[in-house]
Design a protein around this ligand. Structure first.
Ligand code: HEC
Length: 137
Protein backbone atom coordinates (compact mmCIF):
# COMPACT_ATOMS: atom_id res chain seq x y z
CA UNK A 1 0.00 0.00 0.00
CA UNK A 2 2.77 2.39 0.91
CA UNK A 3 4.50 1.56 -2.35
CA UNK A 4 1.47 2.39 -4.39
CA UNK A 5 1.10 5.66 -2.57
CA UNK A 6 4.74 6.50 -3.19
CA UNK A 7 4.37 5.60 -6.84
CA UNK A 8 1.28 7.72 -7.12
CA UNK A 9 2.94 10.72 -5.58
CA UNK A 10 5.96 10.34 -7.83
CA UNK A 11 3.62 10.18 -10.77
CA UNK A 12 1.79 13.25 -9.70
CA UNK A 13 5.04 15.13 -9.14
CA UNK A 14 6.21 14.18 -12.62
CA UNK A 15 2.83 15.10 -14.02
CA UNK A 16 2.89 18.41 -12.23
CA UNK A 17 6.35 19.21 -13.51
CA UNK A 18 5.49 18.25 -17.03
CA UNK A 19 2.30 20.19 -17.17
CA UNK A 20 4.00 23.10 -15.48
CA UNK A 21 6.59 23.18 -18.20
CA UNK A 22 3.98 22.87 -20.87
CA UNK A 23 1.98 25.82 -19.65
CA UNK A 24 5.12 27.85 -19.38
CA UNK A 25 6.04 26.93 -22.94
CA UNK A 26 2.67 27.65 -24.43
CA UNK A 27 2.46 30.92 -22.58
CA UNK A 28 5.85 31.82 -23.91
CA UNK A 29 5.03 31.20 -27.53
CA UNK A 30 1.68 32.89 -27.35
CA UNK A 31 3.10 36.05 -25.81
CA UNK A 32 5.83 36.02 -28.42
CA UNK A 33 3.30 35.67 -31.21
CA UNK A 34 1.16 38.44 -29.81
CA UNK A 35 4.16 40.67 -29.34
CA UNK A 36 5.70 39.95 -32.74
CA UNK A 37 2.80 39.91 -35.19
CA UNK A 38 0.42 42.81 -34.56
CA UNK A 39 3.03 45.14 -33.05
CA UNK A 40 4.74 45.68 -36.40
CA UNK A 41 1.39 46.09 -38.10
CA UNK A 42 -0.15 48.60 -35.73
CA UNK A 43 2.84 50.91 -35.69
CA UNK A 44 3.01 51.08 -39.49
CA UNK A 45 -0.70 51.47 -40.16
CA UNK A 46 -1.30 53.71 -37.16
CA UNK A 47 1.27 56.21 -38.40
CA UNK A 48 -0.15 56.13 -41.91
CA UNK A 49 -3.76 56.49 -40.84
CA UNK A 50 -3.15 59.29 -38.34
CA UNK A 51 -1.49 61.31 -41.09
CA UNK A 52 -4.00 60.50 -43.81
CA UNK A 53 -7.50 59.79 -42.48
CA UNK A 54 -8.37 63.48 -42.40
CA UNK A 55 -7.02 64.03 -45.92
CA UNK A 56 -9.09 61.15 -47.22
CA UNK A 57 -12.23 62.70 -45.69
CA UNK A 58 -11.42 66.11 -47.13
CA UNK A 59 -10.95 64.61 -50.59
CA UNK A 60 -14.27 62.80 -50.25
CA UNK A 61 -15.97 66.08 -49.33
CA UNK A 62 -14.45 68.06 -52.23
CA UNK A 63 -14.74 67.61 -56.01
CA UNK A 64 -11.42 65.76 -56.41
CA UNK A 65 -12.98 62.41 -57.16
CA UNK A 66 -14.78 63.70 -60.25
CA UNK A 67 -11.34 63.93 -61.92
CA UNK A 68 -9.19 61.55 -59.86
CA UNK A 69 -9.46 57.94 -58.87
CA UNK A 70 -7.13 56.20 -56.45
CA UNK A 71 -5.98 53.53 -58.90
CA UNK A 72 -6.96 54.66 -62.41
CA UNK A 73 -6.44 57.72 -64.59
CA UNK A 74 -9.56 59.81 -65.17
CA UNK A 75 -9.21 63.46 -66.19
CA UNK A 76 -6.24 63.69 -63.83
CA UNK A 77 -3.62 61.11 -62.86
CA UNK A 78 -4.51 58.32 -60.40
CA UNK A 79 -3.49 59.10 -56.82
CA UNK A 80 -1.25 56.05 -56.80
CA UNK A 81 0.63 57.44 -59.83
CA UNK A 82 1.00 60.79 -58.06
CA UNK A 83 2.26 59.00 -54.90
CA UNK A 84 4.77 56.97 -56.88
CA UNK A 85 6.08 60.07 -58.63
CA UNK A 86 6.64 62.26 -55.56
CA UNK A 87 8.43 61.11 -52.37
CA UNK A 88 6.57 62.39 -49.28
CA UNK A 89 8.99 65.20 -48.44
CA UNK A 90 7.93 68.54 -46.95
CA UNK A 91 8.94 70.28 -50.18
CA UNK A 92 6.75 68.01 -52.32
CA UNK A 93 3.84 68.32 -49.89
CA UNK A 94 4.07 72.13 -50.16
CA UNK A 95 4.42 72.00 -53.93
CA UNK A 96 1.41 69.73 -54.47
CA UNK A 97 -0.74 71.55 -51.90
CA UNK A 98 -0.01 74.78 -53.79
CA UNK A 99 -0.94 73.13 -57.07
CA UNK A 100 -4.28 71.91 -55.68
CA UNK A 101 -5.13 75.42 -54.49
CA UNK A 102 -3.92 77.25 -57.59
CA UNK A 103 -4.60 74.63 -60.25
CA UNK A 104 -2.33 74.21 -63.24
CA UNK A 105 -1.05 71.83 -65.87
CA UNK A 106 2.19 70.48 -67.26
CA UNK A 107 3.16 67.72 -64.83
CA UNK A 108 0.96 65.03 -66.37
CA UNK A 109 -0.18 66.53 -69.64
CA UNK A 110 -1.96 69.51 -71.11
CA UNK A 111 -5.26 69.17 -69.26
CA UNK A 112 -5.23 71.64 -66.36
CA UNK A 113 -6.40 70.90 -62.84
CA UNK A 114 -9.12 73.23 -61.67
CA UNK A 115 -8.00 75.63 -58.89
CA UNK A 116 -9.44 75.26 -55.38
CA UNK A 117 -9.02 78.76 -53.93
CA UNK A 118 -11.41 78.05 -51.05
CA UNK A 119 -9.16 75.33 -49.61
CA UNK A 120 -6.87 76.27 -46.74
CA UNK A 121 -3.27 75.29 -47.24
CA UNK A 122 -3.48 73.05 -44.15
CA UNK A 123 -6.38 71.13 -45.64
CA UNK A 124 -4.64 70.87 -49.00
CA UNK A 125 -1.56 69.48 -47.22
CA UNK A 126 -3.69 66.88 -45.43
CA UNK A 127 -5.02 65.81 -48.81
CA UNK A 128 -1.52 65.54 -50.23
CA UNK A 129 -0.33 63.51 -47.24
CA UNK A 130 -3.15 61.07 -47.83
CA UNK A 131 -2.43 60.87 -51.56
CA UNK A 132 1.30 60.32 -51.00
CA UNK A 133 0.55 57.60 -48.43
CA UNK A 134 -0.87 55.49 -51.29
CA UNK A 135 2.61 54.91 -52.74
CA UNK A 136 3.02 51.36 -54.06
CA UNK A 137 6.65 51.29 -55.25
C1 HEC B 1 -11.36 69.33 -63.16
C2 HEC B 1 -10.66 68.09 -62.88
C3 HEC B 1 -9.85 68.02 -61.58
C4 HEC B 1 -10.31 68.21 -60.31
C5 HEC B 1 -11.70 68.61 -59.83
C6 HEC B 1 -9.17 67.96 -59.45
N1 HEC B 1 -8.07 67.63 -60.18
FE1 HEC B 1 -6.23 67.17 -59.47
N2 HEC B 1 -5.53 67.10 -61.37
C7 HEC B 1 -6.29 67.23 -62.51
C8 HEC B 1 -5.41 67.19 -63.68
C9 HEC B 1 -5.84 67.29 -65.13
C10 HEC B 1 -4.09 67.03 -63.18
C11 HEC B 1 -2.79 66.98 -63.96
C12 HEC B 1 -2.21 68.41 -63.98
C13 HEC B 1 -0.87 68.48 -64.61
O1 HEC B 1 -0.61 67.77 -65.59
O2 HEC B 1 -0.04 69.25 -64.09
C14 HEC B 1 -4.21 66.96 -61.71
C15 HEC B 1 -3.14 66.80 -60.87
C16 HEC B 1 -3.24 66.63 -59.50
C17 HEC B 1 -2.14 66.36 -58.63
C18 HEC B 1 -0.66 66.21 -59.06
C19 HEC B 1 -0.12 67.60 -59.37
C20 HEC B 1 1.26 67.57 -59.98
O3 HEC B 1 1.80 68.67 -60.22
O4 HEC B 1 1.83 66.49 -60.21
C21 HEC B 1 -2.64 66.28 -57.36
C22 HEC B 1 -1.86 66.03 -56.09
C23 HEC B 1 -4.06 66.51 -57.45
N3 HEC B 1 -4.39 66.71 -58.76
C24 HEC B 1 -4.93 66.51 -56.37
C25 HEC B 1 -6.25 66.94 -56.46
C26 HEC B 1 -7.10 67.15 -55.31
C27 HEC B 1 -6.69 66.88 -53.87
C28 HEC B 1 -8.28 67.60 -55.77
C29 HEC B 1 -9.51 68.05 -54.97
C30 HEC B 1 -9.31 69.14 -54.09
C31 HEC B 1 -8.19 67.64 -57.22
N4 HEC B 1 -6.94 67.24 -57.60
C32 HEC B 1 -9.21 68.02 -58.06
C33 HEC B 1 -7.64 67.39 -62.58
C34 HEC B 1 -8.45 67.66 -61.50
Amino acid sequence: MKKIFALLSICSVIYACNSGEKTAETQDTSTQAVAAAPAADTTASAVASVGSAKGEQLIGASDCLTCHKVDAKLVGPSYIDVANKYPATDANIDLLAGKIIQGGSGSWGEIPMAPHPALSSDDAKEMVKYILSLKTN
